[in-house]
Design a protein around this ligand. Structure first.
Ligand code: GAR
Length: 193
């Protein structure tokens, strides 16, 4: 059984979907802990499933590196097989990437390499494209530049707002994320090759 730590910053709706999937007896992975860089609303989903949580509050550290060292210490406590960034809105320090990649994956609300960064949905709308997408990638030292594990196109509709477009992207992200975690757990997807 693949053990998974999920890191979030916000509402954790994608986390919720992964928790729902992982609660099915036949799903080959289990979420063992949920961490965040702040008091994230998404902790409520972990609590609803009785999953432990930890917080490493970014604002309380003098540097990104110091924050990353504490994040590493927390992850060491749980020693998951896989770390999933599901809406963690922080760039990870190089030491965290070095310690966990390629067992460190991220969901992103755009069709990478298009529109990387913190505002993938807003940037796609601003660019006036007619389609964007959702991606699941391995985290590397760049900003959303790692190997792509799964992605899918999503149309931008006339009148879309950042919110309406993001809400259409998220269900696709959830499906891709759940499928990637399942394929990693079964060995169908080998992150080390
Ligand atoms: C998701 O769309 C995720 O891809 C995005 O934040 C959202 C979190 O939603 N992450 C990024 O943009 C990272 N660059 P959620 O908290 O409802 O799951």
């Amino acid at each position: 059984m693949l053990t998974v730590a999920v890191l979030i910053s916000g509402t954790g709706s994608n986390l919720r979907a992964l928790l729902d999937a992982a609660s099915e007896p036949e799903f080959p992975a289990r979420i063992i802990v949920v961490g965040a860089d702040r008091q994230a609303d998404g902790f409520a989903h972990a609590e609803a499933y009785g999953i432990p949580t930890f917080m490493v509050p970014y604002q309380e550290f003098d540097s990104r590196e110091a924050w990353g060292d504490e994040l590493l210490a927390q992850l060491d406590v749980w020693s998951p097989d896989l770390v999933v960034l599901s809406g963690l809105m922080r760039l990870l320090p190089a030491a965290v990437v070095a310690a966990w990649a390629p067992r460190l994956i991220n969901t992103h609300p755009a069709y990478l390499p298009e529109f990387p960064g913190a505002h993938g949905v807003r940037d796609a709308l601003a660019a006036g494209v007619t389609q964007t997408g959702a991606s699941v990638i391995v985290v590397d030292d760049g900003v959303d530049t790692g190997p792509i594990l799964a992605q899918e196109r999503i149309p931008v509709l006339p009148g879309d707002t950042e919110h309406s477009l993001h809400e259409r992207i998220k269900p696709v992200e959830r499906r891709l994320l759940i499928d990637v975690v399942r394929r990693i757990a079964t060995g169908e997807l080998d992150l080390t090759t």
